[in-house]
Design a protein around this ligand. Sequence first.
Ligand SMILES: [Zn+2]
Length: 137
Amino acid sequence: MEWTPELNDTGRELWQQGMSAREIGGKIGRTKNSVISRAQRSDWGARRPHKAKPKPAKPKPAKCLPKLPKPALASASPKLPETKMPFLEATAENCKFILGDRSPWMVCGATVKPQLPYCAFHCRICYGRSWNASPRA
Ligand SMILES: [Zn+2]
């Protein structure tokens, strides 16, 4: 059976009203698949969405952790040391922060914080802004 222009118009109208393909097929004597196929080939456009019941508002998930005040930053930001030395010459008291990404490997070489591998400036880079500049106990 062919899709006459009248059938096509009726089907498109029902389609655009949001009627299901099965219901349209029942009204115009076609199968559900025939209606869907026609809708796609003839570009019947988007169907009006079914009137969905408004969903109950989802409760907001409880926050896992209370907001903590940000730790106070160290009063004075450490400055970039103006030292530079070859990696192999650095001792335990020299900052081992590698400068650059090519050989010859150079390190910062500034005096390290006690029990740390870096100077205050590079500790802050490696351990974050909230890092406390005071030495570890
Ligand atoms: Zn350093």
